[in-house]
Design a binder for this molecule. Structure first.
Ligand code: NDP
Ligand code: HSE
Length: 438
């Protein structure tokens, strides 16, 4: 059978990894796909860099339009990143009857609905395994492997850079900025690394997973997003003392009131497997009603781990290339006309547990004032610790762990406790998830 031809947009970290994996495992990949997969043309802004990576024999251009309109290209692999140009090129590729493979979660989280609709109209596929959790085949697992289940919740470490930073800070005592620089050098970070550290990248990914898990449209704009830049070493070590690790989690849950969709630093019991996921590794726990909790683990970023997912998509698309479009797996796992309009809960309505750290004067009655406010707002205390005052300081750190509480009640409690004359400064609030299998 004649080879399937690829047009590659962007030969940076993931593009060069994809080129290397396709070349190294060429014969094995062809055996699996049923045809040879050949990179026909590559576009990159830097032609000389591209030539150094691929050597002679492959067409290289600086004009990405040449790739998406090339008559011999069957599948366009979009690996340039970003929202605008990537979207325009993807839509143009689709318009020209090409299938698209992309690792671009930012583009899909923002424009997925439009892109999938265009692809369905043209009868082509848009595959995006690499867009969520790097090398972990989580899209395949959610969309196909778990298709019998009603998904109850997903919680994942889905940003490699963020997890790498938290792990290196905790285990080696390195500074935030030092580790971020390393993540950039290793090719983990986004072109704009604020996406990683402010939780935006994780929000892109959780919005895509929530859509597949619950059969709802992708709603990135409704994800509550909080990053790791405000975390302190103090909170990381207090959490350890209490038997927890802090991880940046993407969480989505189906509740009777609606769907929770959130990204924030989270205390997790350190005995949970996911609490021990370190470095650039990602892990996603998916709880299905039939299967129970399942865990997916692997590298969340980097050239070849991400290429592994890109090439898997290439093989999938090659296998399904000639199939009747109606028989293909729908982009979001359910038929496009059957997506549900389930409300996304505002953050104030979310129910979770909390770690609160405050500084108070070491005086009689202070704890009573705090517990009284919590009780009035129906917040039940799970544990409370008062630390020794630091040298030459009058105030002490008080740490409160709560049972499940509603976010708006916690907000009200924080406001009232901060107003107490015996309490100094702002209260640190970090959400806590037990992630138990029940
Ligand atoms: P890189 O910046 O390393 O690579 C992108 C490449 O595309 C660069 O060589 C860039 O050139 C080139 N490029 C950008 N715009 C154009 C254009 N208009 N025409 C031609 N070439 C262009 O990014 P990554 O490989 O890291 O990321 C690619 C995509 O994969 C992103 O969507 C990212 O979110 C996603 N991803 C990345 C992962 C990772 O570990 N790095 C993991 C999972 C997903 P120049 O440098 O000159 O701008
Ligand atoms: N910047 C992303 C991360 C790349 O660190 O997880 C993988 O999506």
């Amino acid at each position: 059978m004649k080879p399937i031809n690829i047009g590659l947009l962007g030969i940076g970290t993931v593009g060069s990894g994809t080129f290397a994996v396709l070349k190294r495992n060429q014969a094995e990949i062809a055996r699996r796909a049923g045809r040879e997969i050949v990179i026909k043309i590559i576009a990159d802004r830097d032609i000389e860099k591209a030539r150094r990576i691929v050597g002679d024999g492959t067409l290289i251009t600086s004009d990405a339009n040449e790739v998406v309109t090339h008559p011999d290209v069957d599948i366009v692999v979009e690996l340039i990143g970003g929202y605008t140009t990537a979207k325009e090129l993807t839509l143009k590729a689709i318009e020209n009857g090409k299938h698209v493979v992309t690792a671009n979660k930012a583009m899909l989280a923002s424009h997925g609905t439009e892109i999938f609709a265009a692809a369905e109209k043209q009868g082509v596929m848009v595959a995006f395994e690499a867009a969520v959790a790097g090398g972990i085949p989580i899209i395949k697992a959610l969309r196909e492997g778990l298709t019998a289940n009603r998904i109850e919740w997903i919680a994942g470490i889905i940003n490699g850079t963020g997890n790498f930073i938290l792990s290196e800070m905790r285990s080696k005592g390195l500074s935030f900025d030092t580790v971020l620089e390393q993540a950039k050098e290793l090719g983990y970070a986004e072109a704009d690394p604020t996406f990683d550290i402010e939780g935006i990248d994780a929000a892109h990914k959780i919005s895509i997973m929530a859509s597949i898990a619950f059969g709802i449209p992708i709603q990135f704009d409704k994800v509550y997003t909080e990053g790791i830049t405000k975390l302190t070493g103090e909170d990381i070590s207090y959490a350890e003392e209490l038997g927890y690790r802090i991880k940046l989690l993407g969480i989505t849950k189906k509740t009777s009131k609606g769907i929770e969709l959130r990204v924030h630093p989270t205390l997790i019991p350190s005995r949970r497997l996911i609490a021990n996921v370190e470095g650039v590794m990602n892990a996603v726990v998916v709880k299905g009603d039939a299967v129970g909790p399942t865990l997916y683990y692997g590298p969340g970023a980097g050239a070849e781990p991400t290429a592994s997912a890109v090439v898997a998509d290439l093989v999938d698309v090659t296998r399904m290339h000639t199939a009747d479009p109606k028989q293909r797996v729908p982009h979001l796992g359910v038929q496009p006309n059957l997506l549900l309009d389930i409300p996304i809960l505002p953050m104030e309505e979310v129910e979770t547990s909390y770690y609160l750290r405050l500084q108070a004067l070491d005086r009689p009655g202070v704890l009573a004032d705090i517990t009284c406010i919590l009780a009035e707002l129906e917040i039940s205390i799970d544990a409370m610790i008062q630390k020794e005052p630091k040298k030459n300081e009058e105030q002490v750190d008080i740490i409160v762990l709560t049972h499940l509480s509603i976010e708006k009640n916690i907000n009200a409690a924080i406001t009232r406790i901060e107003e107490l004359s015996s309490v100094m400064g702002k209260i640190t609030r970090i959400r806590l998830e037990e992630l138990s299998s029940k």
